[in-house]
Design a protein around this ligand. Structure first.
Ligand code: FRU
Length: 516
C-alpha cells in the first residue's frame, strides 16, 4: 500500500484542530474554536475551573463545574452543568447553581440521598444533594476570616433544577480564612455521611446522619505532605489494594501553589479511616499527576457497586496561567476521565490512573508500527492517513543494557514548533518539554520542561498517551506515573518522530488509534 507521511495525511484528512465534537455543536468550525478539544470536556463558552458535584444517578453521569458565564476569566462562581451516558459524550445543560445573598458558589460535591436521610425528598424519589462552599465577598471585604462556609442545595427532578436549602449554611466557618470544597461520601462501615473540607493547609472531617447537621471529627495534615500553598478540593474514598480483599483509604488534596513543577497540583495520602480520623500508612508525599495541568481533581459519587470503579476527573489547567491561555470563546478543559486503582509496590501504596475503558468508543482506525531500531531522529510514516490529533498511543521503548541518555517522541510542525515527551536515563525522569510547543509567551510559567521521577522496569519504558487539540496526557510504567500538560501550536503538529541521543534504542510495541 502506498505510504503517506503523516504530515501529508493531515492535509488529506483536513484539520481536526478546530473541530468540536460535543453533542450540540457538531461541525461548527470557526476561528474562535481554535484549540477546542475533540474528546475532552469544555464549557460551551466562557470560564470554567474545577469539576464539582460529580455524581451518577439513574444511568446518567452528572458533571457540574466552577463556571463564570460572563467572561473568559474567573469571576463570581456558578455551577455549570453537563450530563453524559458514557462519560465521553457530554450534553450541556442550563446553569445549576447561581450565587445568592450568602455568596458565590465555590467547589463541592453531590450525592444521592437514597435513604432520604435528609428528609428533603422521599424514599421513592430520593433527593440529589449538592454540598458546596459559599464564598461571601462582602464578608471578605469587611476583613472577616469567616467568609467561607458550607451550603447545600437539592434536586427532586434528577438534577435538572435545584433548590437551595432554607437553613444554609450547614457548616459554619470555625475561623479559618480558607474553608471550602466540601466532599461528601456515605461511609458504609459505620453508616454515616462524612464530609471532608479543606481548611487552610489541612483538611477537616465532619460526620452526619442526615446531611443537615454536622459534627467536627478531626483534622489531618498539619505536619505531613506538601505545604507550599493552601489545600483545596479534598476527596476521601476507600480502594481495594491490588483489587484484593484489603481496603485502604485514599485522601486526595489539591495544593496551590506548591506543585512539583510549580503552581497547582494534587497530592495524595494512603492510610486508614475509622469514621473519625485518617491515619496515613507512611509520610511520603505522592502526586496523582506530575504534569502542570491536572488540578482540583475529584471522583464520582454513587457509581453502582456492580461497576465498582473510582472515576477521577481534573481541571486541565494551572492557576499560574489558567486565565491567560490563548483560547478565545472559552477557557479550560477537563482531563479525560480516569479510573483509579491502588497497588502495593515494594511495600508502598501507589495510585494507578488509567483512561476509562469507554475511550474504546472513540476508536476509529488503528495503526500498528512494526518493531524498529532508532539511532538519532526517525520520522514515523504510516500506511494509511493518520492525524496526530485526536489520538491514543501505546508505545514501549526497550533500552538494552547500555544506559541511553535521552530518548522519546517528538510532535512537530513546519513552524519549527515541537512538543517532546521523553525519558532522561541519567536523571531517571520522564519529561514533557513544551518550551517550543507554539504560543508560550502568555505567561513566564508556561514554557517548561515538566518532569516526573520514573524508574525503568526490565529496561523498558511503557507509555500510554492521549493527545487532543491542545493537551497531552502521558501515563507511564503501568500508569503509576502521570504527566498532563497543555500546549498551543500555531499550526497543528503534523510530524511524528522518535529520537535517541548518544545511542540506539528499540521500539518493540507501537500502536496508535485515531479518535473520533
Ligand atoms: C480550586 C479553587 C477552590 C475553590 C474554587 C473557586 O481551583 O480555588 O478551592 O472552591 O477554585 O473557583
Amino acid at each position: 500500500m502506498k505510504k503517506f507521511i503523516i504530515s501529508l495525511s493531515i492535509l488529506l484528512i483536513g484539520s481536526t484542530f478546530c473541530m468540536y465534537a460535543q453533542s450540540n455543536k457538531q461541525n461548527k468550525v470557526t476561528t474562535t474554536e481554535t484549540y477546542r478539544p475533540v474528546y475532552h470536556f469544555t464549557p460551551d463558552s466562557m470560564w470554567m475551573n474545577d469539576p464539582n458535584g460529580l455524581v451518577y444517578y439513574k444511568g446518567v453521569y452528572h458533571l457540574f463545574y466552577q463556571y463564570y458565564p460572563h467572561a473568559t476569566v474567573w469571576g463570581p462562581m456558578h455551577w455549570g452543568h453537563a450530563t453524559s451516558h458514557d462519560l465521553v459524550h457530554w450534553k450541556h445543560l442550563p446553569i445549576a447553581l447561581y450565587p445568592d445573598s450568602l455568596g458565590y458558589i465555590f467547589s463541592g460535591s453531590a450525592v444521592v440521598d437514597y435513604n432520604n436521610t435528609s428528609g428533603l425528598g422521599t424514599k421513592n424519589n430520593p433527593p440529589l444533594v449538592a454540598i458546596f462552599a459559599y464564598d461571601n465577598p462582602v464578608l471578605a471585604n469587611s476583613g472577616s476570616n469567616k467568609f467561607q462556609y458550607i451550603g447545600m442545595a437539592y434536586s427532586l427532578d434528577n438534577g435538572k433544577t435545584w433548590t437551595k436549602y432554607a437553613k444554609n449554611p450547614i457548616v459554619h466557618n470555625p475561623g479559618v480564612r480558607d474553608f471550602r470544597d466540601s466532599k461528601v461520601i456515605w461511609d458504609t462501615q459505620i453508616h454515616q455521611w462524612i464530609m471532608t473540607i479543606a481548611a487552610g493547609d489541612e483538611v477537616q472531617f465532619y460526620a452526619s446522619s442526615n446531611l443537615l447537621h454536622w459534627t467536627f471529627q478531626s483534622g489531618f495534615g498539619k505536619s505531613i505532605g506538601a505545604h507550599g500553598g493552601v489545600w483545596e478540593c479534598p476527596d476521601l474514598f476507600p480502594l481495594k489494594v491490588n483489587g484484593g480483599k484489603q481496603t485502604k483509604w485514599v485522601l486526595l488534596v489539591s495544593i496551590n501553589p506548591g506543585g512539583p513543577n510549580g503552581g497547582s497540583a494534587t497530592q495524595y495520602f494512603v492510610g486508614n479511616f475509622n469514621g473519625h480520623q485518617f491515619t496515613p500508612s507512611d509520610t511520603q508525599t505522592r502526586w496523582i499527576d506530575y504534569g502542570k495541568d491536572d488540578y482540583a481533581g475529584v471522583t464520582w459519587s454513587d457509581i453502582p457497586v456492580k461497576d465498582g470503579r473510582r472515576i477521577f476527573l481534573g481541571w486541565m489547567s494551572n492557576w499560574q496561567y489558567g486565565t491567560q491561555v490563548p483560547t478565545v470563546k472559552w477557557r479550560s478543559a477537563m482531563t479525560f476521565p480516569r479510573t483509579l486503582s491502588l497497588v502495593k509496590d515494594n511495600g508502598s501504596y501507589v495510585l494507578e490512573s488509567r483512561p476509562i475503558r469507554e475511550i474504546a468508543k472513540l476508536h476509529a482506525k488503528s495503526v500498528t508500527i512494526k518493531p524498529l531500531q532508532i539511532t538519532g531522529m526517525k520520522n514515523i510514516t504510516t500506511s494509511v492517513p493518520f492525524a496526530l490529533s485526536p489520538m491514543e498511543m501505546n508505545i514501549t521503548f526497550h533500552v538494552g543494557t547500555k544506559t541511553e541518555n535521552r530518548f522519546g517522541i517528538q510532535l512537530s510542525n513546519d513552524m519549527n514548533e515541537k512538543l517532546i515527551v521523553g525519558y532522561d536515563a541519567v536523571k531517571k525522569q520522564l519529561f514533557v518539554d513544551r518550551r517550543k510547543s507554539g504560543i508560550v509567551s502568555f505567561s513566564p510559567d508556561f514554557p517548561a520542561i515538566v518532569t516526573a521521577p520514573c524508574v525503568l522496569k526490565n529496561h523498558q519504558l511503557k507509555l500510554h498517551i492521549l493527545i487532543d487539540a491542545a493537551s497531552i496526557e502521558v501515563f507511564a510504567q503501568n500508569r503509576t506515573t502521570v504527566l498532563t500538560d497543555i500546549f498551543f501550536p500555531t499550526k497543528p503538529y503534523n510530524q511524528l518522530s522518535l529520537f535517541v541521543k548518544n545511542s540506539t534504542i528499540s521500539v518493540n510495541h507501537f500502536q496508535m488509534w485515531q479518535l473520533q
